[in-house]
Design a protein around this ligand. Structure first.
Ligand code: 5GP
Length: 266
């Protein structure tokens, strides 16, 4: 049996060569890391849920005209995506103060920011993904000015859309991280949304209880992480209320109720 070629293994995903030129298979693992991989663990069924949530979010974004790498979901843990050259910048959008900005600027977690903040971090694990400015990006030619204009305008549109989408299911989008990639067509390239959008890279709080429904449950040892991810998927309508299908996701329903102060059910 022919084995497909592994291109890259990251902290939460493995990339394999796709079936056609210019395509890649993204495999979603259950592995979780935090604090630049100082903390490691496994979240049962995370890969299955993130595959579904990311599929859902990228599909919704494509409907409002955001170009993305997503082609189609292949199975429980895999999706087919366009091969891109990843721009080495993590784009973070913040609506509410949480995480690193609280430490850096002495803000109180949960404070609404005067307006949405867009931040850039240089993608380099060895350096711990340092915060950078647009000056750094231009100076070291990590992306062109035109690319940065496209990235910033797409990021703002994604934030506006996702804030509304999550508000509709009583979830506050506190902050999240985006990655972009260059899609080549001969000598020409354009930037499109890449990677994933899931509770691994977003802060999602229950609108009524402020309960955390994202990877901070793992980072801060809050417990109930499987239930939290599952609840996000359920509210998005990805899981069926009655049977919690499909497959592996169903197994996790046994854990429901174990999550401390779990978010209100809808
Ligand atoms: P912070 O800078 O507060 O640690 O993170 C801001 C937001 O970006 C959070 O929603 C966090 O989950 C996300 N984020 C930042 N860096 C990474 C990263 O390297 N991986 C993932 N999955 N998310 C990140």
């Amino acid at each position: 049996m022919s084995r497909r070629r592994q291109i890259y293994e990251g902290k939460a995903k493995i990339l394999y060569e796709g079936p056609e030129p210019g395509t890649i298979i993204q495999y979603f693992k259950d592995d979780a890391t935090a604090f630049n991989a100082e903390k490691k663990g496994t979240i049962n069924g995370k890969g299955v849920i993130n595959n579904r949530i990311s599929e859902y979010v990228f599909t919704r974004l494509s409907h409002i005209g955001i170009p993305t790498h997503f082609i189609r979901r292949l199975n429980m843990r895999e999706q087919l995506v366009r091969q891109v050259e990843i721009v080495p910048i993590e784009v973070v959008l913040r609506n509410v103060a949480a995480g690193s900005i609280c430490k850096r600027l002495g803000l109180k977690e949960g404070d609404q920011l005067p307006h949405t903040l867009i931040e850039y971090y240089y993608k380099d694990d060895a350096l711990g993904d340092p915060l950078i400015s647009e000056e750094h990006i231009a100076c070291f030619n990590w992306a062109s000015q035109e690319e940065m204009q496209d990235i910033a305008s797409m990021a703002i549109r994604v934030n506006d859309f996702l804030c509304g989408m999550f508000a509709g299911i009583d979830i506050r989008l506190v902050d999240f991280k985006l990655e972009f990639g260059r899609l080549y067509d001969g000598d020409f390239s354009r930037v499109i949304l890449a990677d994933e959008i899931s509770p691994d890279g977003c802060r999602l709080w229950d609108m009524n209880t402020n309960e955390k429904m994202d990877k901070d449950r793992f980072r801060q040892d809050l417990g109930g992480i499987e239930d939290a991810y599952q609840e996000v998927a359920r509210r998005l309508g990805i899981l069926n209320n009655d049977d919690n299908s499909p497959g592996e996701v169903l197994d996790m329903s046994a854990h429901r109720g174990k999550m401390r102060g779990k978010p209100a059910k809808k």
